[in-house]
Write a protein that binds this ligand. Structure first.
Ligand SMILES: [Ca+2]
Ligand SMILES: [Ca+2]
Length: 266
């Protein structure tokens, strides 16, 4: 009887635990999934989902050499990296022989600040360009590129032309604008905005602005406040996290006894 009593008590305890586990099991078993969801919810807000300035070249430096901080992007975007602006080679400093001129030297400027002033662009077709690269940072799946704008003009009275092109990763080079009019003569720089069809890339994107068509090689063509607008695309909730959560659930299940009918103790 004593043995039967103990067995009955034990059986009864197991029965209650089985019921408790059955009632609370769904919450316990869902814990890894909840942890996964919380982790994902922490990751996603870290990436902005609004359009931002991804690159901004203001050329606010006294030094006319390309490879200086005056050619760095001054954007504050943390979801992407924009590298120093460079040239294809062959460009020279326009006007006073410098790549960067003050607002007063070049002309009364709508940009209001010093800007890039490049010469030796009197070719009849686009062969010389300035370029910069942009890439997503960690935690960002890609970047949706939306528009590009810049101030421009040229000392050449007949004006000049610019073409905007982009390489998605290794390329090929895609033409976003075949020919943009650059105002010429003693005129203030004018803002040009290229609202191209949005596209998304997870690669390093190389942006090129070709310019050509001045009437003399020593006539400077000016650019200022080159501004690239786009939106960071966050990483989707990691499938690996979901998989590990599922694996954790499955590994917990065998620990629970299979519910059996409680045999009455006589
Ligand atoms: Ca500037
Ligand atoms: Ca657009």
């Amino acid at each position: 009887m004593q043995t039967a009593h103990r067995r009955k008590r034990k059986t009864g305890w197991r029965g209650r635990r089985s019921v408790e586990r059955t009632r609370g099991g769904s919450a316990i078993e869902s814990l890894p999934l909840l942890v996964c969801l919380v982790l994902c919810s922490q990751l996603i807000p870290a990436v902005r989902t609004q359009a931002a300035v991804l690159a901004l070249y203001e050329f606010n430096g006294a030094n006319g050499n390309f490879n200086t901080t005056a050619f760095d992007s001054t954007d504050a975007d943390t979801d992407t990296t924009a590298w120093r602006l460079t040239q294809s080679g062959g460009l020279t400093g326009g006007g006073a022989g410098k790549f960067i001129l003050s607002n007063a030297v070049f002309n009364a400027s709508n940009s209001g600040q010093p800007g890039l002033n490049a010469a030796n662009v009197n070719q009849s077709s686009p062969t010389r360009y300035i370029q910069f690269q942009v890439a997503p940072e960690g935690g960002v799946a890609g970047v949706k590129y939306e528009s590009l704008s810049f101030f421009t003009d040229t000392w050449s009275s007949g004006g000049a032309h610019a073409s905007v092109r982009v390489l998605d990763g290794a390329g090929p080079e895609q033409v976003l604008a075949a020919s943009i009019s650059i105002p010429g003569g003693s005129v203030p720089v004018e803002l040009r905005t290229l609202d191209f069809p949005d596209f998304t890339s997870s690669n390093t994107a190389t942006w090129r602005i070709y310019f050509w068509g001045t009437s003399a090689s020593n006539y400077g063509t000016r650019f200022d406040d080159i501004t690239l607008i786009g939106t960071a695309v966050p990483e989707p909730c990691s499938l690996a996290l979901l998989a590990s959560a599922l694996a954790a659930i499955l590994s917990v299940r065998p620990a629970f006894p299979t519910r059996r009918a409680v045999r009455p103790v006589l």
